[in-house]
Design a protein around this ligand. Structure first.
Ligand code: UAG
Ligand code: ATP
Length: 492
């Protein structure tokens, strides 16, 4: 049996037959090393035979195994080993790139998109790894997790390097940090957007959630470009203390880099940016105060990466839309519909507040909550809905293996605590819920549909149903306009 994988004092050594690293047996191809993980739902060790049948040349796991037809290496932690093996196999791609991590409860994808746009505009070829898409400079691939498992992350970074990329901006979730998906990645800069309630099903307490985020900053080398932190966030001090690297802070109320809001309209905000030798006025063509914070995070990071004030001032007004974030339909004729990915209490609050600002009529909210995720946030989101929307329609998000009615009940409980009369309808069929709102809204009302953004599949147990909020609302609007006797193109 050829030894295709071994561990020596100086690290992992690979034989010539090794072609890739996989943690999912279903994806194994001939020549791959398969790493078996004992997960929360399944045990990867049970898929070792499948991996071998598919051509795995070596197996790594954390349990003793009987005799196998390929070499088996037992380790303490499969996830840690996976990260070490992957960084070694792909020859530490993060060291050859300026690799930037973006973490936080909300705003990660927006910051990843916008920082990479600014860096590309500054002629620094930049790839990105995000929950929406992975852009490896020479092509784009759809994403599944926010932060890929370590072998996939290292493979993406390797591809970015091979495609001539000089920098990579990586969205780092708290799951990703705890599950060692970013172990071994050398970040030059790490950005924190904010920390509010989320994922307590996974972390248990807020302290542990904050600590998971802080771990990313503990990982920053002391000689790196540093940490970029939101000075207005309640957990700023905790995370700043965790960072071994220099801290650059940003904010509206405090921070090394300060944003002063000069003028706000429905769609844009004019800001003056000052501090750290910066002083310029620019326009953010995206709605909401939260996007001022996202842009300030991008600005602080870009400055640390050597981008000039002139480039920032010129490019901030051109920052691209992020799919499924404040995506507007039907504005010309009304009612207007907004699809937004808000799925945390703070995200929902920010989203409703933003929509409220540009609504002359009533605000309709259509929302549900994801099954199998933080249950405690549901009544809180119900309370926020009843407080800031005029009409609330409770529907299904992606229930996964939970009963959609029970999820709805938890949201309704919160709504009832604030104002029973706000609850307009409970309709678990999301398409019907959207059609109902479009049929009943007045022309100057706004219908906000939250929770799923650009997602295409709703999971009901083992059944997958295709549903894209933006497509359904567009179809409903067209139907309404047809009945009103005039057809107007939907996307405005
Ligand atoms: C809670 C969590 O993070 N779970 C992730 C984790 O699951 P797990 O460790 O429990 O794994 P498991 O499903 O029990 O399976 C055990 C092992 O068997 C392997 N397996 C499984 C089946 C098979 O046929 N063959 C096989 O080899 C799996 O690849 C895995 O390595 O590892 C799996 C393999 O990579 C992920 O698919 C799974 O993500 C689930 C689907 C998920 O939804 N994760 C979300 C919560 C998540 O991680 N989200 C964060 C961000 C959230 C945010 O930003 O809001 C993210 O970073 O994406
Ligand atoms: N800085 C922010 N503060 C609070 N809410 C925000 C912020 N930025 C965005 N949001 C809200 O959160 C939603 C998701 O934004 P975004 O995708 O950028 O965040 P995210 O952290 O990447 O989320 P995920 O990792 O779950 O994709 C937006 O649609 C908006 O409603």
């Amino acid at each position: 049996m050829d030894q295709q994988l071994s561990i020596t004092e100086s690290g992992w050594v690979f034989g010539p037959a090794v072609k890739g690293i996989r943690m999912d047996s279903r994806l194994v191809q001939p020549g791959d090393v398969f790493i078996a993980v004992s997960g929360s739902l399944l045990d990867g060790h049970e898929f070792i035979q499948q991996a071998i049948d598919k051509g795995a040349v070596a197996i790594v796991g954390e349990k003793p195994m009987g005799r196998l037809p390929v070499p088996y290496i037992q380790v303490q932690s499969s996830r840690e080993a996976a990260a070490d093996i992957a960084t070694s196999f792909y020859k530490h791609p993060s060291k050859d790139l300026v690799t930037v991590a973006v973490t936080g409860t909300n705003g990660k994808t927006s910051v990843v998109y916008w920082l990479s746009a600014i860096l590309n505009a500054a002629n620094i070829k930049t790839g990105l790894v995000s929950s929406v898409v992975n852009d490896i400079v020479c092509r784009k691939q759809p994403a599944s997790l926010t932060t890929p498992e370590s072998p996939d992350l290292q493979a993406y970074l390797d591809q970015i390097r091979n495609c001539g990329g000089k920098a990579a901006v990586v969205e780092v979730s708290s799951h990703g940090i705890v599950q060692q998906r970013v172990r071994g990645t050398i970040f030059q800069l790490a950005i924190l957007t904010n920390i509010t309630r989320e994922h307590l099903d996974f972390h248990g307490t807020m302290e542990r959630y904050v600590d998971a985020k802080a771990t990313l900053f503990r990982m920053l080398p002391s000689n790196s470009l540093g940490a970029v932190l939101n000075a207005d966030d309640q957990h700023f001090e905790t995370v700043a203390k965790a960072s071994r690297a220099p801290v650059t802070s940003y904010g509206i109320k405090a921070g090394d880099i300060r944003g002063q809001v000069l003028q706000e309209t429905a769609w844009s905000t004019d800001i003056r940016v000052s501090g750290l030798n910066l002083d310029f006025i620019t326009r953010i063509n995206h709605p909401g105060r939260y996007n001022v914070y996202n842009v300030l995070a991008v600005t602080a990071a870009a400055i640390r990466l050597g981008v000039t004030q002139e480039i920032l001032q010129r490019e901030i007004p051109n920052l691209p839309s992020v799919p499924g974030r404040m995506q507007i339909t039907g504005g010309q004729r009304g009612p207007m519909a907004v699809v937004d990915y808000a799925h945390t209490p703070d995200g929902l609050y920010q989203s409703l507040l933003t929509v409220r600002k540009f609504t002359e009529g009533k605000v309709w909210l259509i929302f549900g909550a994801r099954g199998g995720r933080d249950r405690g946030k549901r009544p809180e989101m119900g309370r926020i809905a009843a407080q800031y929307a005029d009409y609330v329609i409770v529907t299904a998000d992606s229930p996964n293996f939970e009963d959609p009615q029970k999820i709805a009940d938890a949201l309704i409980e919160g709504i009832r605590q604030v104002d029973d009369t706000k609850l307009k309808l409970v309709e678990l069929n999301r398409a019907l819920a959207i059609h109902y709102a479009v049929r009943h809204a007045e022309k100057n009302d706004v219908i906000l549909i939250t929770g799923r953004g650009p997602e295409t599949i709703q999971h009901f147990g083992n059944e997958d149903v295709r549903l894209v909020d933006a497509e359904v609302v567009e179809e409903a609007l067209q139907e309404r306009w047809r009945q009103e006797g005039s057809h107007v193109p939907g996307i405005s």
